[in-house]
Design a protein around this ligand. Structure first.
Ligand SMILES: *[C@@H]1O[C@H](CO)[C@@H](O)[C@H](O)[C@H]1NC(C)=O
Ligand SMILES: *[C@@H]1O[C@H](CO)[C@@H](O)[C@H](O)[C@H]1NC(C)=O
Ligand SMILES: *[C@@H]1O[C@H](CO)[C@@H](O)[C@H](O)[C@H]1NC(C)=O
Ligand SMILES: *[C@@H]1O[C@H](CO)[C@@H](O)[C@H](O)[C@H]1NC(C)=O
Ligand SMILES: *[C@@H]1O[C@H](CO)[C@@H](O)[C@H](O)[C@H]1NC(C)=O
Ligand SMILES: *[C@@H]1O[C@H](CO)[C@@H](O)[C@H](O)[C@H]1NC(C)=O
Ligand SMILES: [Zn+2]
Length: 673
């Protein structure tokens, strides 16, 4: 008895261990037979996707099987639950003309940290097939069963969701989708505190986000890990399918080709295919970054920036995927992937876009003069665009970067902000829709550097980006009203994930600067009653220390000053070793840690007068990482009531698709229907 008990406990532990382990053979495939889309996938009726089947035969390691020879006679059957008759082969069920070719490859992975240290990867041989561009049109539940190695089965249950609204009676003509990358409620609270004056506990003005009509929150976790990156979370928002870290609108297979993974159609692609809808993308990051790329691109590797730029123009040429051939508006940074030195196949992508009829802008001035009737490309810097604090307050930081989008080695000093780009994008999409069939538009506008600045622990710049997003939402609402299309436009504002940021007190930065030991410097932090009030809403001249910080053209809804003596004591839960002094970094975005023979250590030139914090993440991590928190969702306009409550990130896709009426119940492009 005791020995039996021990054995069963060990078996349970091993089984749970292999499911929950941090190093996986292939996410979403705990057995040796993989079905993609995997179990629990949800679809919009008519959403196009690929099916990938894989049979794994590990050569060695804890799962070694069949001498490393994979079954090549595996087969998938599909059945709609409740439908009479037996399950049919995938070919029959989907009415495919032919079986795809068998593919074979080998991959390896480490089973855990011990195997990684010992450099003993597990080797796996794979047999696979991919059924490309299929769709399910009838709402309901389906079971897809993979039979392999004679008697083994992997069963995936798929749900084709019944749209709550008849797609013919769709509610919104346009969707304006804002993503505050990495934005959390605690960041919004801090942004409100520094930008909006409070008298005796009563705010005299509020964030625009505080005044939206509907509020919900969404769960951001990945399909196979509980912390997501921006590619994977953007995949959930754009396709209604969760995926793996670094993947854009595909389920991750084990093959070496980063473009052959099974794809899922995005909202923008469906909108273009079903209604010839217009597509706009605006970001303050480089345009091929994960969040903007996820509107239309498909690859398991978000870092393939050059081919992603090609996808904005041509769609996915190599897999005859329908795609969006030519987005209508593309604004952001990232000139390095347009100039021949870093572009796809060495072409000049400014010329490629011009040849395709695009107007092209390189600065705020030329942005304003773009013809609203033409498709438009605006690339305003090499790499990510300048941060709001540097554009508006510490302007000297715009010089010396040699980041002109033309690649001529000058500085990109006339960069538009998120607001200028978004309002111009709305003008172009509106004018093109009016001049065409009034089909409407989908615009994704991303405040990318909330996330980027949180990563480098530059909290002040991150909050500046958040306030710029808030100002952009405010201005967009006014602009839509002016154009007379506010009532036709669903506005959704959310984040793709969070960072573990919060404010826990106030800091007397003068005392911190003057103190001689790390422990004495920490005494500068005032908690509870000593946290004081927001120093950022008080003009410098009225503060005890006459601060020399330049006040730029900051306007209402932004701090009066960025370097008060009494600053926010703020931090994140995940950070490398670094020093902290709680003031706005004067010479541009922070670099808190630098690499050394011993991993990342405090940057000797950052926060020199601060105190040392001992890191909480592996020493090979250069900067802070994303966190688990749910994030808020705000919505106004037609279809916006659906955004109340608590739901998964994938539901945002379904709610937006419902507002636009994108479900289709038969293959409308087929001659048979
Ligand atoms: C599996 O085999 C490969 C190739 O022979 C070897 O390099 C690796 O260390 C082996 N892995 C394990 C876990 O034994
Ligand atoms: C498509 O295939 C061609 C020919 O193999 C190749 O040159 C090109 O790089 C591929 N495109 C992408 C986006 O990978
Ligand atoms: C961009 O140009 C417009 C029109 O001239 C101007 O109103 C706006 O302030 C400029 N924005 C920036 C960030 O310079
Ligand atoms: C505060 O500093 C500014 C900028 O240096 C200066 O112009 C101003 O006269 C100072 N005010 C007082 C009250 O010292
Ligand atoms: C505090 O640190 C920032 C960098 O994070 C630096 O720019 C600033 O000059 C430091 N402040 C002081 C008073 O040394
Ligand atoms: C729809 O029909 C067209 C034309 O017959 C065909 O090319 C396409 O593959 C079909 N799409 C799907 C998702 O079945
Ligand atoms: Zn992100």
């Amino acid at each position: 008895m005791p020995s039996l008990l021990r054995i069963s406990v060990a078996l349970v532990a091993a089984a749970l261990g292999s499911q929950a382990q941090t190093f996986q053979r292939l996410g979403t495939c705990p057995t040796l037979g993989c079905v993609f889309p995997p179990d629990q996938a949800d679809f919009l009726p008519g959403q196009v996707f690929d099916i990938r089947l894989e049979v794994h035969a590990p050569v060695n390691g804890s799962e070694a099987f069949n001498n490393g020879v994979p079954d090549e006679k595996f087969a998938l059957t599909i059945q709609r639950v409740g439908e009479h008759g037996k399950a049919r082969t995938v070919k029959e069920f989907l009415g495919l003309k032919a079986e795809p070719a068998l593919e074979k490859w080998t991959f390896s992975y480490f089973e855990d940290l011990f195997a990684q240290d010992a450099k003993t990867p597990t080797v796996v041989n794979v047999a696979s097939k991919a059924y490309r561009q299929v769709a399910l049109y009838t709402p309901g539940e389906y079971t897809a069963t993979l039979n392999f190695f004679g008697n083994q089965k992997t069963i995936a249950t798929w749900t084709v969701r019944e749209p709550p609204t008849n797609p013919k009676k769709h509610k919104a003509k346009n969707v304006l989708f804002f993503i505050g990358d990495g934005m959390t409620i605690s960041m919004q609270t801090a942004a409100r505190l520094i930008a909006h004056k409070s008298i005796n506990g009563k705010y005299q003005s509020l964030l625009q986000l505080d005044q939206m009509d509907n509020l919900g929150h969404q769960m951001t976790h990945s399909i196979d890990s509980f912390i997501t990156d921006s590619a994977n979370s953007a995949t959930a928002l754009n396709t209604g399918h969760k995926s793996t870290v670094n993947a854009l609108n595909v389920y991750v297979d084990s093959s070496p080709d980063p473009f052959d993974d099974p794809k899922v159609e995005t909202l923008a692609e469906m909108f273009r295919r079903v209604r010839n809808g217009l597509i706009g993308i605006v970001t303050t990051a480089f345009v091929a970054d994960a969040t903007p790329a996820a509107v239309v691109a498909h690859t398991r590797n978000r870092d393939l920036a050059a081919p992603i730029v090609d996808m904005f123009l041509h769609g996915e040429t190599n897999y005859s995927w329908p795609g969006v051939k030519g987005v209508d508006v593309l604004f952001g940074g990232g000139a390095e992937n347009f100039l021949p030195t870093g572009s796809f196949q060495g072409k000049n992508y400014y010329d490629e876009f011009k040849k395709a009829g695009y107007g092209v802008a390189f600065d705020n001035k030329s942005l304003q003069t773009l013809d609203n009737k033409k498709r438009a490309l605006g690339i305003f810097s090499i790499s990510n665009m300048a941060k709001w604090v540097d554009r508006q307050v510490l302007k000297k930081n715009l010089f010396g970067l040699k980041n002109s989008p033309t690649g001529d080695g000058t500085d990109a000093v006339d960069q538009p902000g998120l607001k200028e780009m978004t309002l111009k994008a709305i003008d172009i999409l509106h004018a093109r829709s009016k001049a065409d069939k009034n089909q409407g538009w989908y615009l994704m506008s991303e405040a990318a550097s909330i996330d980027k600045m949180m990563h480098v622990l530059d909290y002040h710049r991150a909050l500046g980006e958040l306030l710029e997003l808030d100002d952009t939402v405010r201005a967009s609402i006014e602009h839509l009203k002016k154009l007379g299309i506010y009532d036709d436009t669903l506005i959704v504002v959310t984040a793709d994930h969070g960072h573990g940021f919060d404010v826990f007190g106030g800091v007397d930065t003068q005392y911190l600067h003057a103190a001689s030991s790390d422990r004495q410097k920490r005494s500068a932090i005032g908690v509870y009653a000593n946290s004081g009030l927001s120093g950022y809403t008080v003009a410098p001249d009225s503060s005890p220390k006459n601060n020399t910080v330049v006040i730029g053209a900051q306007g209402a809804n932004f701090p009066v000053q960025w370097d008060p003596r009494f600053a926010l004591a703020a931090g994140v839960v995940a950070f490398p070793d670094h020093r902290e002094n709680y003031t706005t970094a004067q010479n541009g975005p922070r670099l808190p840690a630098v690499n050394s023979a011993d991993g990342f250590v405090p940057n000797p030139t950052d926060a020199q007068d601060g105190f040392a914090l001992s890191g909480t993440i592996p020493t090979n991590q250069a900067q802070g990482v994303h966190s688990l928190t749910d994030v808020a969702v705000y919505a106004n306009g037609p279809g916006s009531e659906a955004f109340r409550g608590v739901y998964s990130a994938i539901d945002i896709f379904f709610k937006m698709a419902d507002a636009l009426g994108l479900a289709t119940f038969s293959n409308t492009t087929s001659s048979h229907h």
